[in-house]
Design a protein around this ligand. Structure first.
Ligand SMILES: Nc1ncnc2c1ncn2[C@@H]1O[C@H](COP(=O)(O)OP(=O)(O)OP(=O)(O)O)[C@@H](O)[C@H]1O
Ligand SMILES: [Mg+2]
Length: 153
């Protein structure tokens, strides 16, 4: 588990960018955290790191945004749809077990469907400081080691 604190949206986005280079086809990242915790902000950073220039916002009219990149990126938001059977019907397992990168906001809503192998990121507000967030990340050991080394340098 990696833990960092950021003090602005730009810093959270930058942390996302740092992670981008460590991702590969088939990776799934599940994001947990309240409203305005910074999930979309961090996903935007990951997408920028993957050289995606398209607008990165939570999917609204559709439930999944697809971004073009060397590796396709699927941006899923489970805030408004919590029915597991709806997600299954939509083919969520094709995203999870396909060869793109899948980023899921409000992952707790569909916890049962999140693959065991997914990386997990928790974002929390700092009660004392408006623009501060605690970010915790659970990934595989290689990714955690690389990030830890980058953070300490
Ligand atoms: N350290 C920080 N990291 C991320 N966002 C921050 C930070 N400080 C302030 N903010 C602000 O908090 C908001 C985060 O919004 P964002 O859409 O990323 O959250 P979210 O977790 O996706 O919310 P939602 O649950 O509504 O989808 C933005 O307005 C951003 O500018
Ligand atoms: Mg969001």
């Amino acid at each position: 588990m990696i833990e960092i604190y950021t003090y602005s949206a730009a810093e959270t986005e930058k942390f996302g960018k740092q992670i981008a280079g460590l991702l590969k086809r088939g990776d799934v990242i599940a994001f947990f955290g309240d409203l305005a915790a910074g999930k979309t902000t961090m996903i935007r950073g990951i997408c920028r790191g993957l050289n995606i220039r398209q607008q990165v916002e939570s999917p609204t009219y559709t439930l999944v945004n697809e971004y073009r990149s060397e590796i396709p990126v699927y941006h899923i938001d489970c805030y408004r749809e919590s029915r597991l059977e709806e997600w299954l019907e939509l083919g969520i397992n094709d995203y999870f077990f396909g060869d793109g990168i899948t980023l899921v906001e409000w992952a707790g809503t569909i916890e049962e469907l999140i693959p065991e192998s997914a990386y997990r990121i928790w974002l929390d507000h700092d009660l004392e400081r408006e623009n501060s967030r605690r970010i915790r990340l659970q990934a595989d050991k290689t990714i955690e080691d690389v990030l830890a080394a980058e953070m300490s340098s």
